[in-house]
Design a protein around this ligand. Structure first.
Ligand code: RIB
Ligand code: NA
Length: 309
């Protein structure tokens, strides 16, 4: 079977508490609601692309525990293969302790557990599938060496690579800048990676240039309510793509809705100009912040207007 997108990355069980505000250090506050959700940046991006209609494959690892079992079931219920989502008894399924305050902002602690055991040889086992995909997406919730290895393998087979430098991490291997076709960062990640302040559009443009100077082919910088900036090696003038402001209920996973949608457009509508793909991905991410949760808040293709396709 021909696949569109492969994600080598994280499956995480999200444990989400909603409260009026974030607690301060040493403080206990009462929350108003709790829910669990299927999360992890990798899986979120994979599900987003699948919800739009892409044929997606996930390469990941979960524990042989209740969370791991239900994650596997979740893939199966959505008709996705779990051939390369192995269960290990040596570590527990990764979890994310998430608090969402009334303004829709979140704080997240992730404990990566089984994800740390996802190895280069696990990626190699999926090589015959990877080489038949159009796009590979990677992030930084698994061992960065494994992400890098996966993207090099994709490149060897002519598969387009999109790298999302999330969550923010200093000391990433400089090869990340050059191995991917598209390097996508948010403002925090861009600050850490360039050492520059990214507080305004103007500063964002300078950061995009700095990332291009590191050898990136295409850089996309997401700036929350300010939309995105992008530029390419061949066309280095930075373009601003604004968004329409929406009222955020829960911004958790908005970046993943954006990345998954972007991968969808690049894989399935490769003739679409990048500017247009970014506009559409922003619109879909904007819808996701208007309902609670991560994957569960991502819209399906049937719920979206035709002009997005
Ligand atoms: O980007 C959102 C995701 O980050 C959550 O689903 C959580 O699992 C963390 O990894
Ligand atoms: Na959401």
């Amino acid at each position: 079977e021909k696949l569109d997108i492969v994600v080598v990355g994280s499956c995480i069980m999200d444990l989400i508490s909603y409260s009026e505000r974030q607690p301060k250090p040493g403080e206990t506050i009462k929350g108003s609601k709790f829910m669990t959700g299927f999360g992890g940046k990798g899986a979120n991006q994979c599900f987003m692309a699948a919800k739009l209609g892409a044929k997606c494959l996930m390469v990941s690892k979960v524990g042989k525990d209740d969370f791991g079992n239900s994650y596997i079931r979740n893939y199966q219920e959505h008709g996705m293969s779990t051939e390369y989502v192995q269960q290990t008894s040596e570590a527990s399924t990764a979890i994310a302790a998430i608090t969402v305050s009334q303004d829709g902002q979140n704080c997240i602690i992730i404990v990566t557990g089984a994800l740390d055991l996802l190895s280069e040889s696990d990626v190699l086992q999926a090589e015959s599938c990877i080489k038949n995909c159009k796009v590979m997406l990677c992030q930084l919730e698994i061992d960065q060496n494994v992400s890098l290895f996966a993207m090099k393998l994709a490149k060897k087979h002519g598969v387009k690579t999109i790298f999302n430098s999330a969550p923010a991490q200093c000391n990433i291997n400089p090869e990340f800048f050059t191995v991917c076709d598209i390097f996508c960062a948010n403002e925090t990640e861009a600050e850490i990676l360039t050492g520059l302040s990214v507080k305004s559009l103007e500063e964002g443009k300078i950061a995009v240039k700095a990332l291009l100077d590191q050898g990136c082919n295409t850089v996309i910088l997401t700036l929350g309510e300010q939309g995105s900036l992008f530029a390419t090696k061949d066309s280095p003038t930075v373009v601003h793509v604004p968004i329409t402001k929406v009222k955020a209920v829960d911004t958790t996973g908005a970046g993943d809705a954006y990345l998954g949608s972007l991968a969808y457009y690049i894989a399935l509508m490769p003739e679409l100009p990048l500017l247009e793909a970014i506009k559409r991905a922003s619109a879909i991410a904007g819808l996701s912040v208007q309902s609670p949760g991560t994957q569960s808040s991502f819209p399906k293709r049937e719920q979206l207007p035709n002009n997005l396709f």
